[in-house]
Design a protein around this ligand. Structure first.
Ligand code: 6A9
Length: 767
């Protein structure tokens, strides 16, 4: 019975929240305590939308449709939309933002400004300006759709003019109180009256926010004709009666009110949100008043940007400064507020279990492809945001720590709420409670520590300690002071090299045969960093720091590091494990079942050399970790060979940054399966390159035999990174997930203004 009870208790710890007081006291992020951050563009997965930091916020958003053959309704950021470019050019993370969207002959500018006041986060205004771009699109017909929707709470009331124009929506909801949203009559882009426009509106119920696009799309009809008095007649598409979604019997959850305005370019529409609790209002935030406020905010942003990063002072020309401003703005404009339940699989449960409701305020790696929180990405994001707004950064870190389970685990990928879930294939939704991710929040904390108020640190501390202990106890390696990522791919026969998603470096080659004998160098170095930062935090708080200092000393002891991880035959640091140096993928015919056509051949792994315990013969990012986290002493005899591997073009050096895996490494640019192209097997990744710059700068600043060499490498690497990222942005319109090591071209998802935006810190030389 006792054993049963013990198992039950352990199982419930895997899916219950950590017992320490939350890092964010209740209400700390709500409208009364933090009114300035209540409203925001916290819906990074839509091209333009806002919500409040509430669990089930009322949301607002924009869709558009060019009225011509083959054009599609735009709403959520989709890579498949193939927009030439889009993103925030200016965004201060709090009061204002300006975004340009280029969509085949159409330039849409979306701007917002907030105005504080009252008890519920104040007012805001939007301005959406649509202009033709390039030849042939003058006077094209376009529809703009502005909507308001609830998410299971609150009430909305439409106010119609002439029976078809949705002029305003009034409403009330938890946390927001009473409000009024007004859709102003359109003007030309310079504010003159437009000759003719056509209005439609939709009043519908959706099963949830994740189906809004479907609801609108299924309500469109092409029976309308645009008849301007002095222009040609043109058929167009508009929302008609809503007849329900095909094939669903889901209960209504979201009330949607949508205003459609159809008109010829150029055009401008303004929208105001007015909070019922604002008692006295100066002039409405519209027209020339709005123009003036936008200009003020823009000037303030530019001043603050220069004060913070000093790029003009450093001599960067205006186009490069605008590029850096856009990179920062996209990180800020990509911040989201999510609420919902993770699905957790623990070894003690037969099936995945929903974790209690949680809220997360976080930046995201990519608005189109990964618009949700990722644990180790976030530590890098906060390196940048901590410089722009340390208070914002502290809040984000606290949100993440509040996701911790009673065991001390934080799920790697946060898929909270229906909208987030709608973007993820089911097989990726479940989070495994034994799977870690690099504890990069310690990187961010290291930066925040100096200025963090003590009460804040005090709230964080018990959680940091549990988190640290969780790594120490669940990711321990086979020998003292070694570590091992759990949760590698369990089915090695299917992959050239089974993946290690936990490490964040996914398919980076590790021991060919996963086993309990493995020692993973990167995790060991992360733990050295964690020990150091935790010790510093403990000292600031007057808590016992010695256990963390002890660990820090042991993990940065260079002799021990060499004994555990120096591979003489590679002349590099490496992982250790059960490893074969000769594996390959081979196509294998699969036998047909009697009477059926032969199935497609599949790839299986063949092992030509029996695995044995040895260092893993891969040279790449993992090998650099003792340098990246500056554990290697400046006078270490190993520093020379590490620097040499970095600078060698047959190994890690490229004109675009350091590649992830050496060109002469056996798995360089190898597919893992027929469907799985190389990812961390050659490409240039910016987060690691940022760490490399920071480390080189560190070695250049400290006395030692390689000081000058480190300084030289630093200068060259910085130049290569900045010029390639700038060139890619100028040519392709985006920052990317990673970059080709042979051409420098952006690859993978885009826009990816997660850690790629660290280029701003590289430009500022802020480490
Ligand atoms: C796949 C498919 C619409 C992979 O940036 C986030 C992470 C990094 O943490 C990690 O280091 N990315 C890197 O190797 C993207 C991971 C996406 C996983 C989810 C679902 C979605 O298709």
């Amino acid at each position: 019975l006792l054993a049963q009870w013990g198992r039950w208790r352990a199982a419930s710890r895997a899916v219950s929240p950590h017992p320490a007081a939350p890092a964010l006291p209740p209400g700390a992020t709500g409208p009364s305590a933090a009114p300035r951050r209540f409203w925001g563009s916290y819906r990074p997965h839509v091209y333009f939308g806002m919500k409040t930091r509430s669990p089930r916020s009322v949301v607002t958003g924009l869709m558009w449709l060019q009225q011509r053959e083959g054009a599609e309704l735009r709403h959520t950021c989709e890579q498949s939309d193939g927009l030439e470019r889009y993103g925030w050019l200016l965004h201060d993370g709090e009061r204002f933002g300006l975004q340009d969207i280029h969509d085949r002959g159409l330039l849409l500018r979306t701007e917002f400004v907030k105005r504080p006041g009252g008890l519920h986060g104040g007012d805001w205004s939007w301005r959406v300006t649509a202009r033709p771009e390039g030849a042939g699109s003058q006077a094209a017909l376009i529809s703009l759709f502005f909507y308001v929707a609830t998410d299971g709470q609150g009430a909305l009331q439409p106010h119609l003019e002439d029976g078809t124009r949705l002029a305003a929506v009034t409403g009330t909801s938890e946390e927001l109180g009473d409000f009024r949203i007004t859709f102003l009559r359109p003007t030309t882009d310079s504010g003159e009256d437009v000759k003719h426009s056509s209005y439609h509106y939709l009043d519908a119920w959706s099963p949830g926010l994740h189906r809004l696009t479907d609801v609108v799309r299924s309500s469109l009809s092409n029976r309308f004709v645009f008849t301007a008095p002095d222009g040609p007649r043109q058929r167009f598409v508009a929302v008609d009666a809503f007849r329900g979604l095909p094939g669903t019997a889901e209960a209504p959850h979201s009330h949607l009110l949508l205003h459609q305005v159809t008109l010829r370019l150029p055009a401008r529409v303004e929208v105001t949100f007015e909070s019922g609790s604002v008692r006295e209002r100066r002039a409405a935030l519209l027209g020339p008043v709005l123009t003036a406020e936008l200009a003020q905010h823009q000037a303030a942003f530019e001043r603050r940007f220069e004060e913070t990063f000093g790029l003009e002072r450093k001599g960067f020309p205006a186009p490069q400064r605008r590029f850096a401003q856009a990179a920062l703005s996209n990180m800020l404009g990509g911040m989201g507020y999510f609420h919902g339940r993770s699905l957790v699989q623990s070894p003690l449960h037969e099936h995945p279990v929903p974790y209690p409701d949680s809220s997360l305020f976080t930046a995201v790696p990519s608005r189109s492809f990964f618009p949700r929180g990722f644990l180790w990405d976030e530590g890098f994001h906060q390196l940048l945001l901590a410089r722009w707004d340390p208070e914002l950064s502290r809040e984000v870190v606290a949100h993440w720590l509040d996701l911790m389970t009673a065991e001390g685990w934080i799920p790697r990928e946060q898929i909270l709420g229906d909208e987030a879930r709608a973007k993820v294939p089911p097989e990726f939704v479940v989070q495994h409670s034994q799977t870690a991710n690099p504890p990069t929040l310690f990187l961010a904390l290291q930066r925040l520590l100096g200025s963090a108020p003590l009460p804040y640190l005090r709230r964080l501390f018990p959680r940091l300690r549990s988190w640290y202990e969780w790594y120490n106890s669940t990711q321990a390696g086979p020998l003292p002071y070694t570590f091992r990522w759990r949760g590698r791919d369990p089915d090695p026969e299917r992959f050239l090299n089974p993946k290690t998603l936990a490490s964040g470096l996914d398919d980076y080659p590790r021991a060919s045969h996963p086993s309990a004998d493995e020692r993973h160098l990167d995790l060991r170095c992360w733990m050295a960093l964690a020990s150091r930062v935790l010790a510093e935090a403990a000292e600031r708080l007057g808590e016992p720091a010695e256990p963390y200092r002890h660990m820090q000393r042991a993990l940065s002891d260079n002799e021990l590091l060499e004994r555990l991880h120096w591979a003489e035959e590679l002349s590099a640091f490496a992982d250790f494990g059960n490893h074969s140096r000769a594996v390959a993928l081979r196509r294998e015919a699969v036998r047909a079942a009697p009477g059926r056509p032969p199935p497609a051949p599949r790839m299986v792994r063949v092992v030509h050399e029996a695995p044995q315990l040895r260092f893993v013969g891969a040279l790449g990012y993992v090998s650099l970790f003792p340098l990246l986290l500056q554990l290697l002493r400046p006078d270490s005899p190993r520093l020379g060979p590490v620097l040499a591997a970095m600078r060698d073009e047959r190994q890690l050096w490229t004109p675009f940054g350091l590649r992830s895996l050496a060109r002469d490494s056996p798995l360089y640019m190898q597919r893992n399966t027929e469907h799985d192209p190389p990812y961390w097997r050659g490409s240039v990744w910016i987060n690691i390159n940022y760490l490399a710059l920071r480390a080189l700068r560190g070695y250049a600043d400290r006395p030692g035999p390689h000081r000058e060499r480190a300084a030289r490498l630093y200068g060259e690497l910085r130049h290569n990174l900045i010029s390639n990222l700038y060139r890619q942005y100028a040519e392709s319109g985006y920052l990317w997930e990673h970059y080709s090591d042979s051409t420098g071209r952006g690859q993978g998802s885009h826009p990816f203004t997660g850690w790629s935006a660290l280029v701003v810190l590289a430009m500022a030389e802020d480490y």
